[in-house]
Ligand binder design. Sequence first.
Ligand SMILES: Nc1nc2c(ncn2[C@@H]2O[C@H](COP(=O)(O)OP(=O)(O)OP(=O)(O)O)[C@@H](O)[C@H]2O)c(=O)[nH]1
Length: 243
Amino acid sequence: MRYAQLVIGPAGSGKSTYCSTIQKHGEATRRSIHVVNLDPAAEQFQYNVLADIRELIHLDDVVEDEDLHFGPNGGLVFCMEYFAQNFDWLQEQLGDGDDDYILFDCPGQIELYTHLPVMRQLVDCLQSWDFRVCSVFLLDAQFLVQTSKYFSGVLVALSTMVNLELPHINVLSKVDLLSKSTKQELEKYLDPDVSQLLGVHEDEDTHWHERFYKLSRAIANLMKTPLVMFYMQLTTQYSMGKI
Ligand SMILES: Nc1nc2c(ncn2[C@@H]2O[C@H](COP(=O)(O)OP(=O)(O)OP(=O)(O)O)[C@@H](O)[C@H]2O)c(=O)[nH]1
């Protein structure tokens, strides 16, 4: 059996840092953990790479192509669609070792996980190659410690989870950058009491606030249902380099 993590999340959330940290953790515990770069626009990363999508297709080549006329985002989608047509390249790079543990460092464009088919196709392919796959969704803790941003982060993570249909774990990065008091504040987002979260804004009394409050409450009630239960993991240890 082979194992894989799809390391995903918004741009700059810490995906490459996570891969590098976990690979070092593997070295320290004498486990071989490989990393595959799947970001055609990646400039640099700290880990040893098993395979690199830039050998198949590089964003710069697509953007500079005079016939294609793509900007950076359209170019990225083009690269990933090209990748989807060439999964055999990845299969060849991965080889056929058993007992492999592989981290896939994915691009930050969130639409790849919420509605475009390529990452879902990759999951299907990995599973057909006998991989047990889970998704690790990185979220920058600094953008979570406010109710509206928390909802936004949770809904993006939910959308990803629904689209990929994988065992899913949310990991908060950059917790070390939070102040002591904000770190304490973070606790309430890890095991959220929805009415307490909504209460944060109750004293704001504007027309727009009233409308958004009702919407937020409807979303919060949805988040309470068992179908969309979330597991928010505080990874202070990871963020502080302790693992
Ligand atoms: N302090 C701190 N900085 C972090 C942490 N994780 C990542 N960073 C920094 O955040 C920046 C972005 O991290 P990356 O790992 O490149 O993020 P990414 O999600 O791979 O970025 P893209 O591939 O561009 O989407 C880098 O400067 C990292 O050093 C963390 O837990 N704590």
